[in-house]
Design a protein around this ligand. Structure first.
Ligand code: PLP
Length: 380
């Protein structure tokens, strides 16, 4: 952390994490590997920690940094984004109602549609772009409205201010999965959200080499306590090394998001003009149905681009198979560009159109990326 008054986002990102260690002078923070922490002769803890599943120093560095960048006051870091999402669900009580975006990451959909009902939660999938439906879905038992914007992989956009008003009027909290935008491009708490969730595996880590997740809270209220308890008892603890890697990733987050977003915008334009492409899903395009809302709540449109092939599924698979620079792999947010046939990655039960290709655009030279896509697309 820095001691200058009111440091801007980029400065806070670079200086997130502990200050120079006064004794050793180390600029980079150490990795604290101990799983357990000692006690004195009176059985009092020698320091602030007890057992690493409950909390450890690297986890705390990371959750403080993410909370700061999101404008939140507290956070809890997890072993993965799904670990974070499951802990939020498990912090609720049987009988609670959750209004869940019908456009969301398929793993969260599986969690909400399957596991959550086994725990007695009543999850209702709602089209969050239809404000009347959101109003209709929020009732007296609704504890949480769960939104992902832009959504994976259809890039649907939700109006955060309007959904926050509806959630709050019904006595519920608004949770936003901000994985795609990151706080560089969108800070949901500024638009009324109460809780922000991240797969830190994606842009935060930024190098496709560490799993992680985090939930941050506007206020450290009862739900924060319940989510923290879910971490401690259910045990999806983030490893010190992964916490350290993700914290290191945060320092370059603003630069990477800027470069990746600029590359993605060029690629979206190129795809939109391509004769073999029937639709491009990128909120930066003026004809995207969520463009105006995205422009009002995001400072850039992100670096995931989905598109559909006019000639159908086989053409989509052919394009993916022909890529030479884009790597064929799932996930997103790393410095390297990835390409995937999304329905194949999602597997049985996928509702993603089978002619859809999803790109995670990295920081390579945009001309190289465009040349690679051009050769992969034409002729099919
Ligand atoms: C929007 C979104 N949320 C949550 C997750 C889950 O994160 P993780 O893979 O770190 O468990 C993902 C993973 O792709 C995602 O795309």
């Amino acid at each position: 952390m820095t001691s200058i008054p009111n440091p801007r986002f980029e400065t806070r990102a670079v200086r997130s994490g502990p200050a120079i260690d006064a004794r050793s002078g180390e600029v980079a923070p150490p990795i604290h590997v101990s799983t357990t922490f000692g006690r004195d002769t009176g059985s009092r803890l020698l320091g602030d920690h007890f057992y690493a599943r409950y909390a450890h120093p690297n986890q705390e560095h990371l959750q403080r940094a993410i909370a700061d960048l999101e404008g939140a006051s507290a956070g809890v870091a997890f072993a993965s984004g799904m670990g974070a999402a499951a802990a939020v669900m498990q912090s609720l009580a049987p009988g609670d109602h959750v209004a869940m975006a019908d456009a969301c990451y398929f793993g969260v959909r599986r969690l909400a549609g399957g596991f959550a009902s086994k725990w007695g939660l009543n999850v209702e999938f709602v089209d969050m772009s239809d404000i009347a439906r959101v109003s209709g879905a929020v009732g007296p038992k609704t504890r949480l409205v769960w939104v992902e914007t832009p959504s994976n992989p259809m890039m649907r956009v939700t109006d955060l201010r309007r959904v926050a008003e509806i959630a709050h009027a019904g006595g519920a909290r608004l949770l936003v999965d901000n994985t795609f935008a990151t706080p560089v491009l969108q800070r949901p708490i500024e638009h009324g959200a109460d809780i922000v969730l991240h797969s830190a595996t994606k842009y935060f880590g930024g190098h496709s080499d560490a799993l992680g997740g985090c939930v941050v809270f506007r206020e450290p209220d009862a739900m924060f306590d319940a989510v923290n308890e879910a971490l401690q008892v259910l045990g999806a603890a983030l490893s010190p090394f992964n916490a350290w890697l993700v914290l290191r990733g945060l320092k370059t987050l603003a630069c990477r998001m800027g470069a990746q977003t600029a590359n993605a915008a060029r690629i979206a334009d190129m795809l939109a003009a391509h004769p073999n492409v029937s639709r491009v899903y990128y909120p930066g395009l003026a004809d995207h149905p969520g463009h105006a809302v995205a422009a009002s709540q995001m400072s850039g449109f992100g670096a995931v681009v989905s598109f559909r092939m006019k000639q159908g599924r086989d053409a989509a698979l052919t394009v993916v198979g022909r890529a030479r620079l884009f790597l064929r792999a799932t996930s997103l947010g790393g410095v390297e560009s990835l390409i995937e046939h999304r329905a194949t990655s999602e597997g049985a039960g996928s509702s993603t159109p089978d002619d859809l290709v999803r790109l995670s655009v990295g920081i390579e030279h945009p001309d190289d990326l465009i040349e690679d896509l051009s050769q992969a697309l034409c002729p099919v």
